[in-house]
Write a protein that binds this ligand. Structure first.
Ligand SMILES: [Zn+2]
Ligand SMILES: [Zn+2]
Ligand SMILES: [Zn+2]
Length: 476
């Protein structure tokens, strides 16, 4: 079985959807698309609310209704509680090509192969234990995020659709580098080294790759076929040049992670208890339904009435009208300025980092008091007055980090819809859509000088805010 353990946060980044990693047994795998997450053997044990997280600003920015933490693995529940047992994040075996260390034979396995691949070459016919094959170090990538097996059979035969079906071998002949790696066909005796397979150049402003141009001939280029093995789709549509890459190379996967510091819509309006209550599917479900009917015009009495009807009364303690409606607004992101037409296209490219971070900076430098964001003024020594404009002790802070897609070949701009389309087979409407995330609860020190502001974590080993600079400049 292909199993392995990974830290949950790593399943958002760096080993999120579409990323390759190596399991402890040496198998190279790719993290499967979001359609395959949270699929327990027994659907009745699924309790999704445990993994749901909200950050209204980030939800609006990424056009989703919620975020989800990667599941933790629990073999069995506690007592009779079987919720979320044996939930895993699936991976697929990739690359599919493997080769034999002894006879160099190349063999194509499958994405779902779970047993080790054994070499069936006649060279080991008399071996008691047939050798296990290893996966090849080469893959092929394109700038649209596709990832394919390296086309060894096509490359050695210099043909898009080779007719020869001879046994292939991947031989390494000293000298190092790709030049020393050769693909050889037993039957037709074609023999070709891998020189140049990772190369690309610009010709008249258009990018061309050696693999596409030289596989057959420059007049008959071999283009990407749009393979997305993490979605178990090895065919698609794409006509971009494709290039070879080492599967461990840095240009194979660039995760796009968006981060947000939770800012209360209205400071102190929604307590931690109210946030917790809204994790209950009966509460969030009722709020969502009402939102689809009434939007921002929902009356608090109607909200209370419907919640009392749908939510077990023991959950629903005394909550003031103001908090109830504030919770509703926070969960559904209502009161947000609707994007005007024309802004929508820009939204695809997301707002700049400075613009996005500015409200966070604005909030933290005040002294907010909220169950999810609290900072205080510890005061500073008079000697520092010339250097520091203000210091804040950040007592409670909540950062959500979300994977919204990835690029390959280079760390490029990625449109929102394109990034999402790489993460799952079928796109979801924003009201159902979600993205994988993890939440970091931290604390730290915020200081701003006349030059810059910075936020650094302390006493919170998992806090990743250390040295993070808020990209703003502030005048005294
Ligand atoms: Zn062999
Ligand atoms: Zn051949
Ligand atoms: Zn492609």
């Amino acid at each position: 079985m292909n199993t392995g353990a990974m830290r949950r946060a790593q399943l958002v980044s760096p080993f999120g959807v579409g990323a390759m990693s190596v399991l402890v047994n040496g198998t190279s795998v790719i993290t499967a698309g979001l359609d395959y997450w949270y699929r327990p053997d027994d659907a009745s044990t699924m309790a999704l609310e445990e993994y749901q997280e909200h950050d209204w600003r980030l939800e609006a920015r990424l056009q989703v209704s919620e975020f989800r933490l990667p599941p933790d693995f629990r073999r069995r529940g506690q007592g009779t509680d079987n919720r979320n047992v044996k939930l895993t994040v699936p991976v697929l075996r990739f690359p599919r090509w493997c080769f034999c260390m002894f006879c160099k034979r190349l063999e194509m396995s499958t994405l779902t192969m779970q047993q080790p691949v054994v070499c069936k070459d006649t060279k080991h016919a008399d071996w008691k234990h047939k050798p296990r094959m290893s996966q090849v170090p080469f893959v092929a990538i394109c700038t649209a995020g596709h990832l394919d097996d390296f086309p060894f059979d096509k490359w050695v035969h210099r043909a898009h659709h080779p007719t020869c079906n001879g046994t292939l071998r991947l031989k390494s002949l000293g000298g190092g580098g790709l030049e020393g790696q050769r693909v050889v066909c037993d039957k037709c005796e074609n023999d070709r080294n891998l020189r140049g397979i990772t190369q690309a150049r610009f010709v008249n402003g258009e990018e061309r790759t050696t693999l596409s141009d030289q596989l057959a001939s420059p007049d008959n280029p071999f283009f990407c076929t749009g393979a997305r093995p993490w979605l178990a789709k090895m065919e698609g549509a794409c006509d971009l040049p494709i290039r070879g890459a080492l599967r461990a190379a840095g240009n194979v996967y660039f995760p796009k992670v968006e981060s947000s510091i939770y800012l209360p819509r209205k400071e102190g309006a929604v307590s931690a208890e109210m946030h917790e209550l809204m994790r209950h599917p009966a509460v969030s479900g009722t709020m969502r339904t009402l939102h689809s009917i009434f939007g921002s015009g929902l009356d608090v009495n109607m909200l209370r009435e419907q919640l009392l009807k749908n939510v077990p009364p023991e959950l629903f303690g005394p909550i003031a009208d103001e908090e109830l409606i504030a919770g509703y607004r926070d969960l559904l992101g209502v009161d947000e300025k609707e994007p005007e037409t024309g802004e929508e296209i820009d939204a695809e490219l997301l707002t700049g980092d400075d613009e996005w971070r500015h409200p966070e900076f604005q909030h933290i430098r005040q002294t907010p008091k909220d169950d999810f964001l609290t900072t205080t003024d510890p005061g500073s020594h008079a000697d520092l007055d010339d250097f520091l404009e203000r210091i804040r002790s950040v007592d409670i802070l909540r950062e959500t980090r979300v994977l919204r897609g990835f690029t390959r070949v280079r760390d490029d701009v990625l449109k929102l819809s394109v990034g999402k389309s790489l993460l799952r087979r079928k796109p979801l409407a924003p009201v159902q859509d979600w993205l994988p995330a993890y939440v970091v609860k931290g604390e730290g020190i915020f200081s701003s000088s006349t030059q810059h502001a910075s936020l650094s974590g302390r006493r919170a080993p998992k806090c990743e805010l250390e040295h993070k600079k808020l990209p703003i400049t502030t005048a005294k």
